[in-house]
Design a protein around this ligand. Structure first.
Ligand code: WT7
Length: 575
């Protein structure tokens, strides 16, 4: 549905005219803003931190960090030194070299950011893991990437089955040391070693196409896949930070995402620092009062969050907002799920500002379709492609469709932050692209006559719950490990706050009876094995699940049952 357009807001934005910029755009022009264009010496961490520490922003705050116990600020020069020391620590104790996978599994803290940048300075490929992951999720990722070095904490170490991980030979512990030791595995104390580490470091210069980061993400089938991004992505992180987030050196910016997800790295680390902004990082859980207080206390000017968070804030009521001074805010953005028109209307009412939707994915590495401050907004639309990006709608044969026809949202291959590899699975990587080089996203959408894109849904069974992407296959696999579960089918069920919730249909093994205790026990099993956000909120028992003749559970039929929709073609279903 098309809703009324909001008027453009006035302002001196970095992207002055969308049309003009798009028509005269070239990526090479953006590249030329980086010194490596002349010197050939590339490293993301250098561009994000050291470059500023060597210049006018040396003593400017790069990071404001806060959680329940700590409140600390670091200048660009202090971040440079912190990451240099962390780099030394990794080089001298773990001999980390270019191209090696260094995984970081710990809660947000200044140490996490220092170590992340330090590992990048050695040319390592960083694999960030969300702190809420349980053993099953951790082991899949460390095994697949054959990570040799892991950075974690005493509290999280019990979720790492060290003995099972053949490639792992060094564990760096931040904070108190655990009692455990493992044969053949070096245990390094960050707290002890960082004291000794010098604050100057020889940076490893890399090629623009060298690996930088792996984010694991879920599809509708198979285990999570490792999406590899390279240093070249910085071109797009920088330009989207400038034109979409509208960041400049006077901004204090807050991205609410954890670095375990791509938003928390591309836009929680790279984009803000490449643009010289002050970056706010807040640990701990979501609480409306704390969120507004973060904006007030740090004078946040630009805020990037997710529809599910906005819906929760909306649900908490507008009275709370009156208790805080939010006048520093000048620009708000959203990503992860469709941004509901009512959320935009609420945002206008309480912040006197538009909330700008942005569309992209783990695989795309950076924003591709966005609402820009200078552009008229069509409420409910994801906006228009970033200058330099060619987006379209294709049918299932890869043929482009005309305006207003729904199909697969596709992007012309070759944008700077495009994933370069699915770790260990080259055939999977190729499967994303059509013969004429369209990357097919897995989302369905249409484009209107004016070039605005409108999200319609996922083409596959991937679930987006509270902004987190969950593969039904992973949850189903975990469910069938439970002794009572014979078969399981998992779907996303629409939910007003969370976007979707996870619902599991389960056929029990003989001898087991449905009960509330059993439901809770099954939920706990997934929670403890994968992660809390992957546990089904609803479980329904069925005698039998709908399956194809080849034995594949038909999630589409489960979904139709749940939503009271026609089940469609059942010709492949077994009797
Ligand atoms: C999927 C990617 C990269 C940011 C966080 C999610 C959905 C993302 C939007 C939006 C509607 C959106 C899509 C996409 N999605 N942004 N603005 N409107 N849907 O990254 O976990 O890789 O998930 O999130 O379905 O394919 P992700």
């Amino acid at each position: 549905m098309k809703l009324e357009a909001l008027p453009s807001i006035d302002g001196n934005y970095q992207l002055q005219s969308y049309d003009k910029t798009r028509d005269s755009f070239s990526w090479e022009q953006v590249e030329k803003e980086f010194s490596w264009h002349r010197t050939g010496r590339i490293n993301m961490a250098y561009e994000a931190i050291d470059r500023h520490a060597e210049g006018a922003l040396k003593d400017k705050i790069a990071l404001h960090y806060r959680d329940n116990n700590r409140s600390e600020s670091y200048t660009f020069e202090e971040m440079r030194q912190l990451s240099n020391r962390a780099g030394h620590l990794l080089r001298s104790t773990a001999q980390v070299q270019k191209g090696e996978r260094v995984f970081i599994f710990m809660p947000r803290s200044p140490e996490l950011y220092g170590l992340f940048l330090g590992a990048l300075k050695l040319g390592a490929i960083v694999g960030p893991l969300f702190e809420a992951f349980m053993e099953g999720a951790v082991v899949d990722r460390l095994e697949d990437s054959s990570a040799r070095v892991l950075i974690t904490t005493k509290e999280l170490l019990p979720r790492v089955p060290v003995a099972k991980l053949a490639a792992l030979d060094t564990i760096v512990i931040v904070g108190d040391m655990p009692d455990e030791t493992y044969e053949g595995v070096n245990m390094i104390s960050y707290n002890a070693a960082i004291q000794e580490a010098p604050s100057e470091l020889q940076i490893e210069w890399v090629d623009r196409e060298d690996g930088m980061i792996i984010h694991y993400t879920s599809g509708s089938t198979g285990k999570p896949k490792g999406v590899l991004h390279v240093h070249n992505a910085m071109i797009q992180h920088y330009v989207t930070g400038k034109w979409v987030l509208d960041l400049n050196e006077n901004d204090t910016y807050w991205c609410t995402a954890d670095p375990g997800w791509v938003t928390g790295t591309s836009y929680g680390i790279f984009a803000p620092w490449l643009n010289g902004a002050t970056n706010v990082v807040v640990g701990g859980r979501f609480k409306p009062e704390d969120w507004y207080k973060t904006i007030e206390d740090f004078n946040v000017t630009v805020w990037y969050s997710a529809p599910t968070a906005f819906r929760m804030l909306m649900g908490a009521g507008n009275d709370i907002i009156q208790q805080f001074d939010l006048k520093s805010l000048r620009h708000i953005l959203s990503v992860g799920e469709p941004l509901n028109p009512e959320v935009i209307r609420w945002g206008k009412q309480v912040f006197q500002m538009r909330i700008h939707d942005t569309w992209w994915m783990t695989e795309t590495g950076a924003m591709l379709i966005c609402n820009y401050p200078c552009l008229e907004m069509r409420v409910g639309s994801m906006g228009k492609p970033l200058p330099g990006i060619e987006a379209t709608i294709v049918d299932d044969n890869g043929v482009e469709l005309p305006a207003n026809q729904m199909g697969n949202l596709a992007i012309k291959r070759g944008w700077p932050s495009m994933m370069r590899e699915i770790w260990n699975r080259p055939e999977k990587y190729d499967s994303y692209f059509t013969a004429n080089d369209w990357y097919v996203s897995g989302d369905s959408a249409y484009k209107d006559e004016e070039g605005y894109f409108w999200f319609q849904g996922r083409v596959d069974d991937v679930i987006m719950t509270s902004g987190e992407r969950v593969g039904p296959f992973e949850v189903e696999s975990k469910l069938v490990e439970h002794p009572a579960v014979a078969e399981a089918g998992v779907i996303g069920k629409p939910d007003a706050i969370r976007g979707e919730i996870i619902k599991a249909f389960i056929a029990l093994r003989t001898g087991y009876e449905a009960s509330d205790e059993l439901i809770e026990d099954i939920r706990q099993h997934v929670k403890k094995g994968l992660a809390a956000h992957a546990a089904p909120r609803e479980i329904e028992f069925k005698d039998k699940l709908p399956k194809t003749r080849s034995g594949k559970i038909m999630r589409r039929v489960l979904k139709a049952w749940e939503l009271d929709l026609p089940t469609g073609d059942l010709s492949t279903m077994e009797d």
